[in-house]
Design a protein around this ligand. Structure first.
Ligand code: FRU
Length: 455
């Protein structure tokens, strides 16, 4: 037997078993926000911010995957890439996809320049019927930058909806005077081409009831449900350390072109979820994907083959001033073999389901550990993570005692669902295999999930 000392590069490289398999990641390197989800001609299409060239945020491209069933995904060629000399020379930032006069159209944020000199315009690309080929508008940006009266350069992430015979377009922005806070701007158009600024659609102070809403809102998303309307924004403090802050929902209604609503809380109770994108599918369900960030130091990130992932598709429901989420039922098709207590350690591509009690459930490789347990006589669920990379963190979800909890583990990515609440975090395993244990095993079912569904 020969022993070969690993080359220094091997020693430093982040382990491949951190990469999620049944979640969407990039082919390699970096991804962030989900963009432009749409259910068209029987397929779900999902785009995302990608830097194919480095394991760090960089001039964003639009990556593209599609699926017939929300489980099996096919990768497609890059939909949009930054181009020198164009209004997206430094990035094709987030936006949405709509069908306008029968043609697919991407509205996205074109970016030129950096920091205080950055110009954020609204750009457009028209697509082929199969959404695989995109042609940018030769006429340049639809909206070259923020309205002059705004005083803020933040003018990003177009979200459109049709309101009778007119199109409405929302953009994320923020104020610059006094205590800064987020705001959403509205534009209106008869045809999707000629836009008129119609003012601030919604704004809220920096903090409401202890909830920090940041200085800038990104990726506004709107969904109508019965008589209520929900507005989701991603709250940020520019230049704050990553992970970025959180996504917040408001529930209310639109009155005279402005949204009026009250906070409906965080969309996710973990530490890595951001920039969710929403769509309504042919069955009328509101689906949502978020960006799952990483909790690694930059030196570790620089060695990773894949950085960032999209969450599983979640169904969002709006009711009674609340936003609820659950994993789509289609995900049951990921289940392969059940995993028993006496089984050998398995790859971290797992689903756990049941009603945890005080001792809870533990997933561990003997170095890193994820624990899910009930507390407060079952009235809350505590999720504890301890690993050498992300450190020790604990999160709490309120719940009704005895209700079912579902946990998805996929490489380092962890998603927990309980009573309509969601929690996304990371556990950076030290070893490629983990063991699941629960003192009261009858409360827990475990499945190995299919890690070969994104091709
Ligand atoms: C949110 C965000 C968006 C922007 C994109 C750039 O994470 O900052 O506002 O369009 O990422 O990648």
């Amino acid at each position: 037997m020969t022993h070969r000392a690993p080359a220094p590069a091997d020693v430093a490289a982040a382990p491949g078993h951190w990469r999620p398999r049944y979640h969407i990641t990039g082919v390699r390197n970096w991804i962030n926000d989900p963009n432009g989800p749409i259910h068209l001609d029987g397929r779900y299409h999902l785009f995302f911010q990608a830097n194919p060239h480095a394991p760090a945020w960089g001039p964003p491209h639009w990556g593209h995957v599609s699926s017939p069933d929300l489980v099996h995904w096919t990768r497609h060629r890059t939909a949009l890439a930054p181009e020198n000399g164009r209004p997206d020379a430094d990035g094709c930032w987030s936006g949405c996809l709509r069908i306008i006069d029968g043609r697919p159209v991407i509205y996205y944020t074109g970016v030129v320049g950096e920091d205080d000199d950055r110009v954020e315009s609204v750009c457009r690309a028209r697509g082929s019927a199969d959404l695989l080929t995109w042609e940018k508008d030769p006429a340049g940006p639809l909206l070259p930058g923020p309205p002059t009266e705004l005083g803020s350069g933040f003018h990003r992430d177009p979200f459109l909806w049709q309101d009778g015979s007119r199109w409405q377009l929302l953009l994320g922005s923020g104020t610059t005077a006094g205590e800064r806070h987020g705001q959403v701007l509205r534009y209106e158009s008869p045809d999707g081409s000629q836009w008129r600024y119609r003012g601030v659609f919604f704004a809220a102070p920096r903090r409401i009831d202890g909830l920090d809403l940041g200085e800038l809102w990104e990726c506004p998303q709107l969904v109508a449900s019965g008589s209520s309307t929900a507005l989701v924004v991603s709250c940020q403090v520019p230049d704050a350390p990553r992970p970025l802050m959180h996504a917040v929902g408001f529930v209310g209604s639109i009155v005279d072109g402005r949204f009026q609503g009250a906070p409906a809380g965080l969309l996710d109770h973990g530490d890595v979820f951001y920039a969710p994108a929403l769509t309504t599918d042919a069955a009328g369900r509101t689906l949502l994907w978020g960006w799952a960030q990483e909790v690694v130091p930059p030196s570790t990130q620089a060695t990773m083959g894949h950085v960032g992932a999209l969450t599983v598709p979640r169904r969002l429901t709006v009711g009674d001033g609340r936003l609820e989420q659950e994993p789509v039922p289609e995900l049951a098709a990921l289940r392969l073999a059940p995993v028993g207590a006496a089984d050998a350690p398995v790859e971290p591509a797992l689903e756990l389901a049941g009603a945890p009690v005080d001792d809870g459930w533990t997933v561990t490789d003997d170095v890193a550990r994820l624990r899910i347990r009930a507390a407060d006589s079952g009235g809350s669920l505590v999720v504890e993570v301890a690993d050498p990379v992300g450190g020790e963190r604990a999160f709490t979800l309120r719940r009704a005692a005895g209700n079912q909890v579902r946990v998805f583990v996929d490489g380092s990515l962890v998603e927990v669902f309980s009573d309509g609440a969601a929690l996304t975090t990371r556990t950076y395993w030290a070893r490629p295999r983990v063991r699941v244990s629960a003192p009261r095993r009858s409360d827990l079912r475990v499945w190995q999930l299919d890690g070969a569904v994104v091709r």
